[in-house]
Ligand binder design. Sequence first.
Ligand code: GCW
Length: 712
Amino acid sequence: MNAEGSADLEQLVFTEEPEGTDEPRVHAAWLPPEAFRALGARRVLVHGQGMLVDTVLDEVSRACARYGGRVWHSPSWDVDVDVVLALRGAGELPNPAVEAARAAGEAALVEIGDGETLGDEGFLLARAGEVTVVLADAPAGLLYGLFHVVRLCAAAYDPARPPERHRPALRRRMLNHWDNVAVHPVMGQVERGYAGGSIFWRDGRPRGDLARIREYGRLLAASGVNAISVNNVNVGRTEALLLTDRLGDIAEIADVLRPYGIRVHLSVTFAAPVVLGGLSTADPMDEAVRAWWAATTRNVYERIPDFGGYVVKADSEGQPGPFTYGRDHADGANVLAEALAPHGGVVHWRAFVYNHHQDWRDRSTDRARAAYDHFTPLDGRFRANVVVQVKFGPVDFQTREPVSPVLAAMPATRLAVELQVTQEYTGQQRHVCHLGPWWGEVLRFEPWGPGGRTIADVATGVAESGGGLVAVANTGDDLFWTGHPLAQANLYTFGRLAWDPRLDPTAILDEWISLTFPPSATADPELVGRTLHEILDDSWRTYERYTAPLGVGFMVHPGDHYGPGIDGYEYTRWGTYHFADRDGVGVDRSRASGTGFAAQYPPYWAQVYESPESCPDELLLFFHHVPYEHVLHSGSTVIQHIYDTHFTGVEEVAVMRRRWQTLNGMIDPAVYERVAERLDEQVRSATEWRDQVNAYFFRKSGVPDERGRTIY
Ligand code: GCW
């Protein structure tokens, strides 16, 4: 080994910590320095060239500087190593041990991978004698391989570890930020944002904290996310300009995120040809409109060669769209797709289209039906680079709703499943509500019936033809990124599920816990790990218990959507009702006597949902209006179920708080305090939910709680 030479090189590849800014240091989330200890204490060789290889080198160098390891970049002399991270195409090194490790990796790949390549983002991890080797075909694969090694911690160096090949199941793993550039008078800087301001924008301008954006990119890459849109789908005047005059602001963000393999997308307004181009129409069939989109898009790519594409909310909640010109959504999406196609970009066209000016007296209109009614007739008409982005449920990110039937009804269209990491309806990052188990249920759902393809399969598609997974981000300029420190788990879980929607959300939760609260940095790792797991794992079901019952949804306070508002939307234009009266509650969506929504499913589920007898309890009130005395499969009546779950839910939150208190003094005091404070609020809010929901149904039904508990 050439000690002197390597010392020089180490110097060369060490980078400084990001320059200090005036902002307070932010929480390290799932990449605390401690998570890099096992790697940073070793001798690591990185081999290959490229921007993302430099990122790998930078990560490894920082870890080694901290924990006493060493790092070499494609050295031209022999060195002893513990870890090799190499591009397969990078030339031979004058190092027999390293070459032997690479050869062992290649042999393992042939054995487990049928000789397949690793692709743009995949990697192989294998043990070769004393060496852990990561091979990738492309720099992004090496970066994901590095983060995998970090996640595995000591297990990455287990001599008995069999080789593993990893490739993302989904090509696009995307976060949508609903961040406004200019502060919106009602929605603020971030629409439905519960983590402070935006990390991208402040008061009409770019925020300018590029170090923070870089740090964000790093966290996202370590979870698996590779695409991000940086402005709200509700596009205001200022935001519209990002496509043209203010493109430089987007290019700057793209430059910062590129080294982490993240492509930037932009939400655009369908009216852009009018509001930006000065044309008299945005009609997608108009030649001048098509030419405008083509020229504007060409310009975007000149500035940002790896630009991802557009995200569009059209003809929805007041946003402009093709309906104005008597055109449909395929016409609308295709004109943008045509402009993006020569550059390899995609349009994410949202299916969240419904009438938000409904008359509550009109029982024939059903918001749940809307996306299916608008979009399924268009199946097969979208260009190949259109992804129709479908909210996971037919209504709106509720705590419980059935899976959207649109996802089973457009076989000739690329479909993306849209989740909401920001907790608009699930406690707004004031409540602990770990959404992994909920998303897991959605992704495992088999819309064609037991044994058939799943929603994960739809998002994946055949030969990568699926549209992927998208989620509305929950991050902001908050010290902990997500307001509630434990809400970081939702973001992490989303990224991991987007990498592989078949992963077990419980295992992902434990992965997040041990990265974020590294056992080696905790006095009682067993207690900390177990307690966090107990608090988070079932917290979505707890939240469900003390809020709207049995899938009926939308009993939230109007406008801000926080806290109970049982009749808050009952007589409004938004199409979200529960129809409670003195005899019963729920929405009849059967084919026989209701809105017919149940019939939008393939036969198996259409039949299951059609009757209250076969409908699963948790969705009963979504599909049926039933008497309070209706007996559930659980054996309880609907009214007693409401009382019981609401009392239980609050008790469970009290237990959560007690469990958290056992961690006092064991973990970072800032995290402890922030969570403790939010748990107090959760107990208060859950109690309010319980009492209002119970009082409401007691007063409507007149049926007392059979256990005689206090109902007001
Ligand atoms: O859930 C609703 C929100 C709106 C949001 C809309 C959407 C961006 O209340 O704030 O608007 O969904 O998904 O477009």
